[in-house]
Design a protein around this ligand. Structure first.
Ligand code: GDP
Length: 489
């Protein structure tokens, strides 16, 4: 049996190898863009480095799987505890006497994943405060039908119509004030930007589970967020049945790699990634799969989720040796399915199919990419290393926490140092950042998931009071515990 120190070393080695791989890729790209003459040297380098890189990653993954197998039972037990803890806060024995949190949405220009995340803000508070969450998702003009798609948070205390009329708003200050927090009903209104300012915000982790979690999971913060969101979007029975039918019809079989290519309106908001950037990871994953299963004749399948049908055409033309599955353009005309608005259907099934893929490549700048990572948390294994985001790190609008501490010094060259003047980051994805932060061991940082790029993180150094980038491996995440209710069976 591997001790916890060895396990932690395996994780660190995996993290650093992934970061190094991305650093090589990024710098090779920059070099080629600057000077085409370097291409022959780079091609030689890539031809030899890629299989070596993959073989190293494969060794580490095998080690990691070995460590994980020992922990699988414990992780499943923690999953059970989380769901049962949430369920108990939402299913009071006596509804009349129970405290409630009415969630009212004022954030109307929001897509499917964004809406789920908005309701998630209420869910965190309702669980933390042991208040039954009540909402009417039908209030949303853009997404009628979500009520008939997901299970209601409570079975014992359902109220879809008579709410939102209580004038007492939930507020952290009121919450600290005993008489107000004893009110039977509080209303929490979600306005843009989505911030909840609660001790039970996303970014927090149940205090009483942290010690156990840290031994078996690489990303406890995402784990808890994932459990809250997974509870909120428990699909109704007809959705699961329809999902089975879809899987049969499109021949969704394992192994399968899912990719989420977000285009259309997102292009103006987030960095654009060509299909080849997704396929780079897909190809490497299948190469490693083949190393692990040398005798198997592997069919290379991709589940392609996208909001742009052109991407499917492009994938089919450019990657003919892959079997490409997709549902975009499909009509879901099952009679029960009509209960759900068409906009919900496509994206919902895409998210569920990505959740069930063996490995996924997404962008965390998209709510859908983050939703998929969250939904994968309530499964039997830690999804940290089978989800790749091409851009941001994991984050949640309205989160608190995201604290880090420097574990190594970092001394940038003076020409790149953050000192009030501005230098452009050489990395396009990090263009919002202009300089490198100096780090001293023990420095406390506030990191921003949307300012992250694999080997570089972005954040604010509380000591120097400067914003900037710094090497990811020189800092460590610090979890933010919160006293969620302990009761569970
Ligand atoms: P974000 O804008 O990417 O952060 O995510 P949102 O969920 O807020 O909005 C995205 C919207 O784009 C969704 O509501 C869908 O209408 C559409 N969309 C995004 N990705 C997909 C996908 O993979 N499949 C389908 N069918 N629609 C998608």
């Amino acid at each position: 049996k591997l001790d916890s120190e060895t396990k932690s070393l395996i994780r660190k080695a995996l993290d650093k190898t992934i970061q190094l791989k991305e650093l090589f890729r990024q710098q090779s790209q920059t070099l080629t863009e600057k000077n085409k003459d370097v291409l022959p040297v780079l091609n030689y380098f890539k031809r030899l480095a890629k299989p070596l890189e993959n073989s190293l990653l494969n060794d580490l993954e095998l080690l990691y799987d070995k460590a994980w197998k020992e922990d699988a039972k414990e992780l499943q037990e923690l999953n059970r505890i989380a769901q049962s803890m949430i369920s108990q806060t939402q299913n009071p024995k006596n509804c009349t006497r129970a405290k409630k949190l009415h969630c009212v949405m004022n954030h109307m220009t929001c897509g499917f994943g964004c809406i789920i995340h908005d309701y998630g803000l209420c869910a965190f508070v309702s669980i933390g405060e042991s208040r039954t969450l009540q909402y009417d998702m039908n209030q949303l003009a853009t997404y009628p039908g979500i009520n008939t798609t997901f299970e209601y948070p409570s079975e014992t205390c359902v109220n879809r119509t008579n709410f939102g009329n209580y004038k007492i708003e939930w507020h952290p200050k009121l919450h600290k004030d005993a008489p107000s927090s004893n009110k039977e009903v509080l209303t929490m209104t979600i306005n843009e930007p989505s911030t909840s300012h609660s001790q039970f915000s996303p970014g927090t982790v149940p205090q009483h589970l942290i010690e156990r979690l840290q031994l078996v999971h690489s990303d406890p913060n995402a784990w808890w967020t994932g459990h809250v969101i997974s509870y909120l979007v428990r699909p109704q029975k007809w959705v699961l049945e329809e999902l089975k039918t879809i899987k049969r019809e499109i021949e969704f079989e394992h192994p399968i790699v899912g990719i989420h290519v977000r285009r259309t309106d997102k292009i103006s908001e987030a960095s654009y990634f060509g299909l080849e950037r997704y396929m780079d990871h897909v190809e490497s994953w299948y190469d490693r799969y083949q190393l692990k299963h040398p005798k198997e004749k592997v069919v290379r399948r991709i589940y392609l989720a996208t909001d742009d049908a052109q991407v499917v055409k492009e994938a089919k033309n450019s990657y003919p040796h892959y079997k490409i599955l997709f549902t975009i353009g499909r009509t879901f005309n099952n009679s029960q399915n009509r209960k759900s608005n068409s906009a919900v259907k496509g994206v919902l099934f895409d998210a569920l199919l990505l959740k069930d893929s063996d490995f996924v490549v997404v962008t965390f700048s998209s709510n859908i990419g983050r939703l998929v990572y969250e939904l994968r948390q309530n499964t039997s294994s830690d999804p940290t290393y089978n989800v790749v985001s091409l851009d941001d790190g994991f984050y949640y609008w309205g989160e608190i926490g995201n604290k880090q501490v420097a574990i190594m010094d970092h001394k940038p060259p003076t020409s790149q140092l953050c000192n009030g003047t501005t230098f452009r980051s050489p990395i396009p994805e990090m263009r919002k950042w202009t300089c490198e932060l100096e780090l001293r061991v023990g420095d406390q940082l506030q990191s921003f998931g949307y300012m992250y790029h694999s080997y570089l993180s972005g954040g604010y150094n509380r000591r120097s009071k400067l914003h900037g980038v710094y090497p990811t491996h020189k800092v460590k995440d610090v979890l933010t515990p919160a006293a969620y209710p302990r009761h569970y069976t």
